[in-house]
Design a binder for this molecule. Structure first.
Ligand code: ARG
Length: 367
């Protein structure tokens, strides 16, 4: 039996133990405020819900299993969630929605900071119970690692007071969305703290958090109070009409180097800490595809949703040839991983994983 230790302080130190999601029983959930705001206006998903077609589930699982094997062949230990029945409604005294989402992608739910794994509040009703898919693993880590801290952020009520009704129309138009994003007017209100784990990037002592649809300012304030030894920075990306989850927008590769989505550039006034410490922020290469695959929430920018295995090695989706080429030029060894047919289940190579152990300690990269 291998020793279990939970420890991960950033997105790039050598990865030794990771969770890879599963596509089992994944559903397209019924309409609800925050989810609707995110479904692209021209999406083939609008107006339909239910279990995803079995052949797409099987194909996504094939790819995820294969990704897990690639990681294992490189000496990385891989754990998998235990799917709950996602066809069951999610119901609390405050809301009811007819189905859940799935156990992809774990990055959205679990935030690892040092020896702690924190279950995010989440901001969609259909994802309120998603942490249950990971509880068997949390129990195992708790048993085997005497220093593991299993934490859960306060479960939000997710009543209608959490969502701006202006976002409920399905014909807002991209122009208005961009204006709202620039004004930081998002679908979620400041009723109570809300955050998804995938809005957070870890840079040792610094946590960089995207303010957008799935994380509000109170959520960021909650994180600040919860991690008193960290500096928590709020960022936003005005070029993104559907701002959720930072990992197809801003991607650190190693100390001193970050890829930024050229359509969603970090505003000048938010760049000071990187500039002052000689970090370079470079435009990510263009995606290889013009459109996302069918029934997909995400944009084509999952091209930059890479998983860094160590500061010299990175997993890039196999069809993303421009992204791979850029990595090569940046001096990274590229591990090609086929995953595009699993994108529809909630994301790419970074999304579909959650860190358990990376070597290294908490460093201050922005002294
Ligand atoms: N907002 C991103 C995009 O569509 C997708 C991010 C997915 N990330 C995740 N952790 N699920 O460009």
């Amino acid at each position: 039996m291998q020793k279990t230790v939970v420890n991960s302080w950033n997105e790039w130190d050598p990865l030794k133990h990771v969770i890879v999601g599963r596509a089992d029983d994944c559903h397209i959930p019924p309409e609800e405020p925050a989810l609707d705001a995110k479904v692209p206006e021209d999406s083939d998903m609008r107006g339909q819900w239910g279990r995803r077609p079995q052949e797409t589930i099987d194909r996504a699982n094939e790819l995820l299993d294969n990704f897990a094997s690639i990681l294992e062949s490189r000496g990385i230990r891989v754990d998998r969630p235990t799917p709950i029945d996602h066809s069951k409604p999610a119901m609390t005294p405050d809301f009811r929605t007819e189905s859940q989402f799935g156990c992809m992608p774990p990055r959205d739910v679990l935030l690892t900071v040092g020896s702690e794994m924190l279950e995010a509040t989440m901001s969609y009703r259909c994802r309120w119970f998603e942490y249950l898919n990971y509880r068997p693993l949390m129990q195992q880590y708790f048993e085997h690692d005497p220093n593991f801290r299993h934490e859960s952020a306060p479960k939000p009520r997710l009543t209608d007071a959490d969502y701006h009704p202006d976002y409920l129309s399905d014909k807002i138009g991209v122009e208005k969305r961009l204006k709202w994003t620039a004004e930081k007017f998002f679908v979620t209100t400041e009723e109570e703290p809300l955050f998804d784990a995938a809005d957070v990037l870890r840079f040792g002592r610094d946590l960089v958090v995207q303010h957008g649809f799935t994380t509000n300012l109170k959520g960021i304030e909650w994180l600040r109070r919860h991690f008193p030894d960290h500096r928590v920075h709020t960022v936003n990306f005005p070029g993104d009409p559907y701002p959720i989850h930072i990992d197809a927008t801003f991607t650190p590769l190693r100390p001193g180097l970050i890829l930024n989505n050229p359509q969603r550039r970090l505003p000048e006034e938010q760049r000071k800490m990187y500039r002052d410490n000689d970090w370079e922020i470079v435009d990510a290469a263009q995606p290889a595809h013009n459109t996302p695959p069918p029934l997909c929430y995400s944009s084509t920018w999952l091209s930059m949703n890479v998983l860094v295995l160590d500061p010299k090695t990175v997993c890039v989706e196999k069809s993303e040839v421009y992204q791979a080429e850029q990595m090569d030029k940046l001096g990274m060894e590229v591990v090609e991983v086929e995953l595009r047919d699993a994108y529809a289940f909630g994301g790419g190579l970074h999304c579909c994983t959650a860190d358990v152990f990376r070597e290294g300690t908490c460093e201050d990269y922005f002294p």
